[in-house]
Design a binder for this molecule. Sequence first.
Ligand SMILES: [Zn+2]
Length: 378
Amino acid sequence: MSEANSLREAPVVVSDDRGSMRACVIRSTGGLDRIEIADVAAPGSPALLGGRDVRVAIRAVALNHLDLFVVRGLPGEYQFPHILGSDGAGVVETAGPDVTTVKPGDAVMINPGIWDGTCAFCRAGEHSLCVNYQVLGEHLPGTLAESVLVPEDNLAKVPALDPPISWAEAAAFSLVSLTAWRMIVTRARVEAGETVLVWGIGGGVSLAAMRIAKLRGARVIVTSSSDAKLAQARQLGADVTLNHRTQSVVQEVRALTARRGVDVVVENVGEATWEDSLRCLAKGGRLVTCGATTGPRVVTDVRRLFWNQYTILGSTLGNATEYAAVVRVLSSGALRPLVDRVYPLAEARTAFERLARGEQLGKVLVEVRGSAADPVVP
Ligand SMILES: [Zn+2]
């Protein structure tokens, strides 16, 4: 994993033999009406490009809030038509000459964060801190296409489970599980007996964070504006559920913790919840955040921060060691992704609209080839 991957040095070389493929793209940023299905150039063959890249025939793709932000427009240059999609699972089509860990025909899941392998952070194994970190579907052509080019180090074989994991479950695993693992295990270091508050349990990262915190032996309080989602969250292991539309989360958390507050708050909401998150923390508590779905400009009363000796932790995706660790947890049968709904590629925009409305509990999927309900045969 220390070798530089060739994706950056050899981005989509135009060659006569690569042909075209169906993909979900945008030609400009803006509203979800920009999303279209189009024929675009397929990625080149890794056998020709060389190095350690792998071409994966995508079976299914899970959507994330990141995809909505990409459509609206993120800083940085887009190369239109831009192929959307970060999560995905599929079958190895062809592999570069230096690839050793996967072979054509293998069923794989994709870690969407691509690192250069050469900077100081990469050499220290901290790949998601890479100074040239790029995410499939954001900085690079995404997974919502018949094929995608991915470095070997970003692939994990789909584990054999009983009952077998579906392509939808495999596609829904990587981004949220890796993100939540780094937040709960590496950054916040949640321990058995601690109390954790997770906002917005309908979100994929929030649900994964709740389940990982439960695996660590924590007591987990979750919130949602939907009583139906809270009922589902209880079935999935939540210890306490709060409706943040009808209840004061700060007051309820104080009552539930004998006025002490929680040890850890898991944030990805931003402006709408930030101040309440800090009010929910116990002295010496940790707030870990990976997102800002309601806006990035939060207000922090610095006096509360230093007097209560809070720790605020940022977190983004995760490194190769963390990805391997969370895949091992999946192999043990835990952390099986929850699938909300699956749409055909032709209806990808409808899938984005469902995610944008926040109706889901679990992941919204797009099936690219075949049925996403099919079991994966590793
Ligand atoms: Zn790097």
